[in-house]
Design a protein around this ligand. Structure first.
Ligand code: CA
Length: 224
């Protein structure tokens, strides 16, 4: 396990560095994103904690470069900026999660675990299961406690996306683009309608799909 921290605020950087070392987690802590570009090549991290306001290359510019190069390493933004537009923008540009400062180390650790867990076996396996809900991509079927769910094509795709990226918040725009493609005739209400229908069909497990106020939706995994 190797964590890359990109944070120019010395006190926070050193605190995080200390905490990860205490947990015997490999960590490289840098104060700028320019050096980080080299670091991700030389020693690919399993997860990156990325500040936004940095000297030189900014956090989002670094993220853009990473994703443009096809690097899908999990990235959690750590930032004092807490406006919803900042959060939405970061998520749409490929961040996996966003933690606003100040935060406790326990909270950050929980976010990291969630991000890493979803990056594990679920990512590549054609069959996966969370909290009694399972998806079989080859059979193109979903089940709740072993009972087949009568999902439409779009509902199936939504469920698959949510579960594969459990714990990640999706904006309505991201869901529109991922599931429906770039169709200008569709509005974000389309997403709400399909999510509501999917929730209903999931019954009591519909609670796993949580509404993130002003952002969108995520598949909650903290209670599993
Ligand atoms: Ca900063």
């Amino acid at each position: 396990m190797q964590i890359l921290i990109i944070e120019d605020e010395e006190a926070l950087r050193e605190l995080l560095d200390y905490e990860f070392r205490r947990l015997e987690i490999g960590v490289l802590a840098l104060d700028n994103a320019n050096d980080a570009l080299m670091a991700v090549e030389d020693c690919p991290p399993d997860l990156i904690l990325l500040d936004l306001m940095l000297p030189g290359l900014k956090g989002l510019q670094f993220l853009d470069i990473l994703r443009r190069e096809g690097n899908d390493v999990p990235v959690i933004i750590i930032s004092a900026r807490n406006a919803e537009t900042d959060i939405i923008n970061a998520l749409e540009r490929g961040a996996d999660d966003y933690v606003t400062k100040p935060f406790s180390f326990n909270f950050l650790e929980a976010k990291m675990k969630a991000v890493l867990r979803r990056g594990g076996e679920i990512k590549s396996s054609p069959k996966f299961s969370l909290g009694g809900v399972s998806v079989d991509l080859e059979a193109h079927k979903a089940f709740s406690d072993g009972q087949a769910l009568p999902l439409t094509q779009k509902e199936f795709e939504l469920l698959t996306l949510f579960m594969r990226k459990a714990g990640r918040a999706f904006t309505r725009n991201q869901l529109l683009n991922s599931i429906w493609g770039y169709d200008s005739s569709l509005v974000s209400r389309t997403v709400d309608v399909h999510v509501a229908s999917l929730r209903k069909k999931l019954g009591d497990k519909g609670r796993y799909i949580q509404t993130v106020p002003k952002i969108g939706y995520l598949w909650e995994i903290s209670n599993f």
